[in-house]
Write a protein that binds this ligand. Structure first.
Ligand code: KIV
Length: 297
């Protein structure tokens, strides 16, 4: 049975949604106010993505993002959510270490960050071993295959993956292997819709697509992209649901203009001394700054 919508989203709930062919909604978030809005709107999964590096911290890629940055932002997101599942994205070089160090890093997302699970990119044999070990350590894992941005140096850019047979097979095998290793779901990023559809029907765990067509069990977008907060180039799979850049620019220009002409703040925005204390400010000025200078008109 699918749980009522105000209960916490769990791994079982997501798997039940897949069984019932109900779609899963996921978005990234990096801070308290946006996470609160997403949670209140009813999104199922909030991913604290390492896209943080590119859309919030101004890095060119996700590679410089650190564990400290990820934990800091995961804490803020976890404080805001009531219902959604919060997943922390393991940053580059946080899970390419010894099994022990990688597990410790993943556990920080749960113990310090307040996340419900972690996501990690790739499906190499070492990665699969780590997924098994994390599941053994009671840490739910979301896999990620297709375009894996942490491999941007190897791939040579942010391009669609799996258009040719060899790569498509590797992605398919990777998704199956992640399921076998115990991942509870897998992100398919920038792969042909036809390939994503076949993977989705072959897997028992839910697929979450980003640039992977409509047949995945769920969809995820980077929240800054879909809200129109990203000024750079956007991939074709992004749909802008709002133009918050436009809204923010107009508001700030309006503020600057009003401050400039003195029409902000208005009376409604001011605090005043009580009538019986009307002379207090003048007295304080005289005491502190002396009597000689003329009062401000
Ligand atoms: O970091 C991120 O935002 C992601 C999503 C694009 C899936 O990995």
């Amino acid at each position: 049975m699918v749980k009522p919508s105000n209960d916490r989203v769990t791994v079982c709930y997501l798997q039940e949604l897949k069984k019932q062919k109900k779609k899963i909604s996921a978005l990234t978030a990096y801070d308290y106010p946006i996470a609160r809005l997403l949670d209140e709107a009813g999104v199922d999964i909030i991913l604290v993505g390492d896209s943080l590096g590119m859309v919030v911290l101004g890095y060119e890629t996700t590679l410089p993002v650190t564990m400290e940055e990820m934990i800091h932002h995961t804490k803020a997101v976890a404080r805001a959510r009531k219902r959604a599942m919060v997943i922390g994205d393991m940053p580059y070089l946080s899970f390419h270490l010894s099994l022990r160090d990688s597990i410790e890093n993943a556990a920080r997302f749960i113990k310090e960050g307040g996340a419900d699970g972690v996501k990690l990119e790739g499906a190499s044999p070492a990665r699969l071993k780590l997924v098994e070990a994390l599941v053994e350590a009671e840490i739910p894992v979301m896999g990620h295959v297709g375009l894996t941005p942490q491999s941007v140096r190897k791939i040579g850019g942010f391009r669609v993956q799996g258009k040719e047979a060899e790569q498509a097979e590797a992605i398919f095998r990777g998704a199956l292997a992640l399921e076998k290793a115990g991942a509870f779901s897998v992100v398919l990023e920038s792969v042909p819709a036809e390939l994503a559809a076949e993977i989705t029907s072959a897997l028992k765990i839910p697929t979450i697509g980003i640039g992977a067509g409509p047949h995945c069990d769920g969809q995820i977008l980077v929240v800054n992209d879909m809200l129109g907060l990203t000024s750079d180039y956007l991939p074709r799979f992004v749909k802008k649901y709002a133009d918050l850049s436009g809204v923010i620019s107009a508001a700030v220009q309006n503020y600057i203009a009003e401050v400039g002409r003195g029409s902000y703040p208005e009376e409604a925005h001011c605090y005043h001394l009580k009538k019986e204390n009307a002379g207090l400010a003048r007295k304080v000025r005289q005491k502190v700054a002396g009597k000689k200078r003329r009062p401000v008109s």
